[in-house]
Design a protein around this ligand. Sequence first.
Ligand code: ADP
Ligand code: MG
Length: 347
Amino acid sequence: MPSQLTRLDDATVAKIAAGEVISRPARVVSELIDNALDAGASRIDIAVDGDGTERIRVEDDGHGLSRGDAELAVQRHTTSKLPADADASLTAVSTLGFRGEALAAICDCAIVEIVTNDGDAVGTELRAADGEVTVTDTARGQGTTVTVTDLFADRPARRESLASAAAEFSRISDLVADYALAHPDVGFSLRHDGTKTFSTPGGGLRDALLGVYDADIARNATVVERATDIDIEDGTGSFDLRGILTYPSVTRSTREHVRISVAGRPVSDSGLRQAVIDGYGSLLPGDQFPIAAVDIEPPTGAVDPNVHPAKQRVGLRYRDALEAAVEDAVSEALSTADARRAEAAAT
Ligand code: ADP
Ligand code: MG
């Protein structure tokens, strides 16, 4: 019997890999936001049509790309984010991206238009469709706009595996809220089918909470900022926590409103989320959860950034110590806030 095995050609291998990175529209949004943040944006405006397969547009005012770099950026394994030192360990990477595969992967399953300017007199418009790249001059101020259309057009199975437009958009909206709260100093806005969903001004945590939720919730919340020393392999390391917590009087019936990010990257990490909830102790009514956004910056070397991009649970060393420190910080922040409120009520 002749061999039944054939070797996949490079284009097919690339498509399969792209499908793993870009599993659904929300993944496109998170990769594009990562890139905008890495580019130092102070404003990020996001627009989504339908379930996101129709159109996703992310516009930033970051450092932009030169024409040559824009052409390189859509190719596989091209990144500007790895330290020049070839021996540099990946644990030293401080950007959200570094694999250089997101844009290439998106190009493999959609039509991508990039309009960008790195401060030059003339900007660049690049269009990548069906493996063909065309580049022209265009007018644009500094920054980058990436528009992704026809996502999964040639992948009926992937399209069918998506949930309803409302459910896909709700994932996107939740994700953008995660980013807006993890990066309160950056202004975010989200539009769906032309209508504003929410926006944040880039003015800190309380304003971000107000943008994502409402003024009443923002008023009933306390900001926590704390550095703790924890024991690590060779001595002690500093562990920084920054977040906003609603008072126990403002709750929700699901734990999804407890948002965790690690070094600015939103993660769905049940252990860290539980540590925040545990910090409330017996203050929460039964079956109720707070609204909270907590960003943690673990000591260098404690996070393994080299986990699969689609996997949100972080590889954390010293997890027990970190979770204990999170619980402590939350508990202490709430009792201080409580004391302050009692004092204010008494005077
Ligand atoms: P990575 O982010 O892992 O480097 P990407 O494929 O996401 O890989 O992006 C490739 C490169 O394109 C980035 O390293 C960066 O230099 C450039 N780039 C992508 N998006 C932007 C943006 N919004 N602003 C500036 N540069 C960008
Ligand atoms: Mg990236």
